[in-house]
Design a protein around this ligand. Structure first.
Ligand SMILES: [Zn+2]
Length: 355
């Protein structure tokens, strides 16, 4: 398959290749063939993930990464390219970003820094399937670099780092009794009351990390308790989710949540814990990229509050940011569409940065 040269037409062509998670084989093959046709790149493949690297001798290496899969199609493939918008599944999340990186792979035969291009599978599904995670486990050396940029949609701005996430079950204990004689028991559901009041009153903190503001959140997300409807319940549980700034470690985040309730007769059980990622905005090359994006009219850098694959790079010791065309609020929407101007602007800015 011959892919178009123009970056927007390239994004359109990628949208037109269906690649719902688990069905990336065709698009991975097309991307692999394209990358193998450039003599300035070494190309390797693991499953439906393709990695291409320049082999010059510059000391600094930048990693550009994008996932090839999309969420299920909603009558929006093939896509449509009107004058100002590319419409269709994946136009935002994230084939416009993939097209920017693929166009850079073609244009940058002798970049100012070494560049690694990563196109991977299974981002939109359960974390254990994630293609980037698989490469990090099987071939961590393929991802080696000084700085990573993920092409997830950010309207073309830098979104740095990400918050970590903790899910913790807080158990209260009581003594069962007949509900006609509740004074004979201790009500575990009532024991949740003080926990819920503290969560309701909890003032969210904002931590400034490497110059970006990360707003935290702590809230109840699930509640369980009670068996028979004529008994005093002897056990109850509230599950809380803490989205914590990347200046807290996983351990510190868990200790912090425990400390908020440690004076109560409760037990804690961690069910899910993933670290945040510092935005790495102190890196001189990121300052340079931010300045170039600004000169192209992109919005100012902000903090990423959700958890993204930048944390996978961060756990390998590589600072990472998100930067890609498209409004993130339109990702996964049935009316997913990306402004052509953002695709071209992001391509030009990254080319200026790396050339
Ligand atoms: Zn995405």
């Amino acid at each position: 398959m011959v892919l178009p040269h123009n970056v927007t037409e390239l994004a359109h062509a990628l949208v037109n290749i269906p690649s719902v998670s688990g069905d990336e084989h065709t698009i991975a093959g097309i991307v692999e063939d394209e990358l193998r046709s450039y003599s300035h790149l070494d190309v390797v493949r693991d499953g439906d993930a393709v990695v291409a690297r320049t082999h010059g001798d510059n000391a600094t290496r930048i990693v550009l990464a994008g996932h090839l899969d999309t969420v299920p199609i909603a009558a929006n493939v093939p896509g449509t390219l009107s004058g100002s918008e590319l419409w269709g599944r994946g136009s935002v999340d994230m084939k416009a970003g993939d097209a920017v990186f693929l166009a850079l792979a073609r244009e940058l035969s002798a970049p100012r820094m070494e560049v690694t291009y990563v196109f991977y599978d299974h981002e939109e599904v359960a974390a254990p399937l994630n293609g980037l995670g698989r490469i990090a486990r099987n071939h961590p050396e393929w991802l080696r670099g000084d700085l990573a940029v993920l092409g997830e949609p950010t309207s073309g701005a830098i979104e740095g780092g990400c918050n970590g996430t903790l899910r913790m079950r807080i158990h209260t204990h009581g003594v069962a009794a007949h509900s006609a004689r509740p004074w004979m028991g201790v009500n575990a559901i009532h024991g949740l009351g003080e926990i819920l009041r503290r969560l309701e009153r909890y003032p969210a903190q904002t931590h400034t990390v490497d110059g970006l503001d990360f707003r935290e959140s702590l809230l109840a997300v699930a509640i369980e308790g009670g068996k028979s409807l004529n008994s005093v319940p002897d056990a109850a549980t509230v599950t809380v989710n803490f989205r914590f700034a990347p200046d807290r470690s996983e351990q510190a985040a868990a200790d912090y949540v425990r400390s908020l309730f440690s004076d109560l007769p409760v037990d804690f059980e961690i069910t899910d814990l993933a670290p945040g990622a510092r935005p790495g905005m102190d890196h001189s090359e990121l300052h340079r990229l931010a300045a170039i994006l600004r000169s192209h009219g992109a919005p100012e850098p902000t903090a990423k509050l959700g958890w993204t694959d930048v944390a996978r790079f961060s756990s390998l010791g590589i600072p990472a940011v998100n930067c890609g065309p498209g409004d993130p609020l339109l990702a996964h929407a049935d009316n997913e569409a990306c402004p052509v101007g953002q695709i071209e602007r992001t391509f030009q800015a990254l080319q200026e940065w790396l050339a």
